[in-house]
Design a protein around this ligand. Sequence first.
Ligand code: CP
Ligand code: NVA
Length: 308
Amino acid sequence: MDARQARCRHFLSLLDLSAREARGLLARATELKGMLKAGEEYRPFPNRTLAMIFEKSSTRTRVSFEVGMVQLGGHALFLSARDTQLGRGEPIEDSARVLSRMVDAVMIRTFDHAIVERFAAHSQVPVINGLTDRLHPCQLLADVQTYLEHRGDIRGRRVTWIGDGNNMCHSFMEAAQLFDFELRVACPEGFEPDADLHAAVAGRCSILHDPLQAAEGADLIVTDVWASMGQEEEQARRETLFAPFQVNDAVMSRAAKDALFMHCLPAHRGEEVTASVIDGTQSVVWEEAENRLHAQKALLEFLLLPQA
Ligand code: CP
Ligand code: NVA
């Protein structure tokens, strides 16, 4: 590892940030959002390039990173694994060595979390996890920013996750630790989140199998698709098993009166959430999606500009 590699910060997990850094980053995200809405130009990245490697589909992640780089005065490259040598078996390590000599940061969306870790270990520039089977940390930056903007500090609040113990659930578990809130996970038997991760955050995260009980007194209710990308063939089986875990009006009525509803999107109305909830007054899903842009601009600034 050379000196540049050793100095480089990556964002593979929320826990790559300290609590102080994470809070500062979210405050900056809201500030950048205000600047954009006020029409203020801010272009700290002339001639800087972000490479974006996608091995899975994306709407929000791709557009928010690409638009974010343009707004910051830089450029983003969309690289599909199918159309690059990565898809023809070029080793991850070699791809990291080559790309990181040309670009200023790399975002990767892939399957196995070990891929982003191997890429980062051989990269001279910051690597950002744009979603793996294990974690989706960029989404959590936007989600916590959205909570803050609506209800203030999330510290000490009760968040209820209803559905699969998947990548989003794992990132909520890490967020509970980083931002110091209580997380209740309600999932079908056999779809619990990773046991080691649960052990690491056990003081802040409980796992239940009753969604109504889990929703009791919650300040925020969150769900996600029942079958994630890569699990398409399990869709039919999961629809049966997850049916009792739909977020509907009965679930929301157990939460606090001013509880918010979030979903990282894309959503399936009539499956994990009813239209009455996602399109209802407690839902903040559109701002949650918009905040991907602002939170990731703050992240790019944090990773690419020297910190004071
Ligand atoms: N929430 C999210 O990451 O959306 P995309 O899959 O569209 O990027
Ligand atoms: N859990 C979902 C999140 C999509 C943004 C998936 O991995 O497909």
